[in-house]
Design a protein around this ligand. Structure first.
Ligand SMILES: *Cc1c(COP(=O)(O)O)cnc(C)c1O
Length: 472
């Protein structure tokens, strides 16, 4: 067929990309995109379509390259107001955290070198003292994430034996983290007690027997059971576990979110009042407490384990520890994070600087974005939407404080002619992608989670997707 002969060579199509946006991509990726586009054109011709022009092929290849670029890690503007959005990377890092990472990552370090003795050391020594000082624990261990921390604890303490847990705490965090599955993987047997909404101390007491290795309490981070409910406090559980026949068994507490204290920068945050702290859990008698580094601690992804020295030491000998090994950049960022708390500078951590913003500050910024959006003489026509400031709430998200409602001021966008979901998708399709929250027939943007220097970018993105001549 005539059409086949009109298709360009791969190299010629790559040359034609030279002036397009995808031009900056590596040659191998351009070649793959060009080949795929030509293959598709060949199939189309075989089905009777006319040969695509060079411009059409180049445009298709450019779209493929751009889609490929966006599958790699790219920065995203989080306008959802969810502080710890797991899909958007949880806690952002601040300047000091990044400086610490840079200092360690760009050269050599004492990662596993004991400078006092001049010989081999352990990477697990680094954050230990900061963690024990901050939490009051005897010992501490840092692994790759909290899921690994929980699995390591259970495998060390309870393999081949039973762990007693309330049915109300058999939670799923998302991303395949389900407590029953983790328990099974650890080699321990789950002994469920109570019901979904009510578990009593006697339920635990009746379940503890010869084969019980531990009692576990899990913070239901991302949901709440309301109404006719009953759960047992950590203190009661610790007393029960420690009084178990044969010298007692440990209480393991997975608190998930890793809040260190309720007072942040000297202020009590009411929306955190229900959230357990690591220190309080230990003070109530938990023998091992596990939590994430990138939730309410505001640090890098990590799993932090604090508690009794002999249990932590036993984990140090587990072959699993090697597979959950924490990276030097993580340790550097974690130490910088912990130092921020120890030095009373926690409000410097982006999590807390954003969380502490007053609604009035957010309102001022939202008003500025609104007028930037509405008042500029448009290149693309009028803005096809009603744009208002309304009171609303930010949330912590990311498996912490499920009912947290942090007062904020939202930028509310009600498109006049376009579907609100299409506007949201266009915002995500932009560069940089802007992620907004969908609330029924409106789109809301919460600048609490947007860096102030990106406010203008948000206004531009909104203008691009809402200007009348791009509508439809
Ligand atoms: C988030 C969470 C986990 C998982 O922690 P990762 O750091 O994401 O691995 C486990 N348990 C609880 C209670 C959590 O909230």
């Amino acid at each position: 067929m005539e059409g086949f002969r009109q298709l360009p060579q791969v190299d010629r199509l790559i040359d034609a990309l030279g002036t397009n946006e995808g031009a900056g991509e590596p040659h191998a990726l351009k070649a793959a995109a060009a080949r795929r586009v030509i293959d598709e054109a060949r199939v189309a011709i075989g089905e009777g379509a006319p040969a695509a022009s060079m411009e059409q092929l180049a445009a298709s290849a450019t779209r493929l390259l751009e889609a490929g670029r966006r599958r790699r890690l790219v920065p995203v503007v989080n306008a959802t107001g969810v502080l710890l959005h797991t899909n958007l990377g949880r806690a952002p890092m601040g300047r000091r955290q990044l400086d610490a990472v840079e200092a360690i990552a760009t050269g050599y370090s004492n990662l596993e070198f004991d400078l006092a003795e001049g010989r081999r050391g352990s990477r697990y020594d680094h954050a230990r003292e900061l963690l024990t000082t901050l939490t009051g624990a005897e010992a501490a261990l840092v692994v790759n994430n909290n899921a690994a921390a929980v699995l390591l604890v259970l495998a060390t303490v309870a393999r081949g034996r039973e762990v007693v847990i309330s049915r109300g705490e058999l939670i799923e965090i998302g991303g395949e983290f389900r407590i029953p599955a983790i328990l099974q993987e650890s080699g321990a047997t789950l002994r469920e007690v109570g019901t979904t909404n009510r578990t009593h101390l006697r339920d635990y007491r009746e379940a503890i027997g010869e084969s019980t290795a531990a009692v576990m309490k899990v913070h239901p981070s991302n949901y709440q059971v309301v109404g006719f409910t009953k759960s047992v406090t950590g203190r009661e559980l610790a007393e029960l576990a420690h009084a178990a026949p044969g010298g007692g068994i440990p209480l393991i507490h997975d608190i998930g979110s890793g809040l260190l204290r309720h007072g942040i920068a000297g202020r009590q945050l009411p929306w955190l009042a229900e959230e357990p702290t690591v220190e309080a859990s230990l003070a109530d008698g938990a023998d091992v407490v596990t939590f994430s580094g990138d939730k309410l601690l505001g640090g890098p992804q990590a799993g932090l384990i604090v508690g009794r020295a002999e249990i932590i030491a036993a984990m140090g000998h587990s072959p699993l520890l090697r597979t959950y090994r924490v990276d030097k950049t993580t340790l550097a960022a974690l130490e910088a994070t912990l130092l921020a708390y120890l030095e009373g500078r926690e409000e410097e951590l982006p999590l807390w600087s954003m969380a502490l913003l007053a609604p009035s500050e957010i309102e001022t910024r939202a008003a500025a974005v609104r007028s930037l959006l509405l008042s500029q003489p448009s290149q693309g026509g009028d803005v096809d939407a009603k744009v208002e400031l309304v009171d609303g709430f930010s949330t912590t998200g990311g498996g912490s404080a499920p009912t947290s409602r942090i007062p904020t001021v939202l930028l509310e966008i009600a498109p006049r002619t376009r579907a609100v979901a299409a506007v949201r998708a266009d915002l995500i399709g932009g560069d940089p992608p802007v992620v907004a929250r969908l609330e029924e027939d409106r789109l809301v943007l919460d600048l609490r989670t947007v860096a102030p220097e990106q406010d203008a970018t948000v206004a531009e993105a909104l203008r691009r997707v809402l200007a009348t001549d791009t509508a439809g």
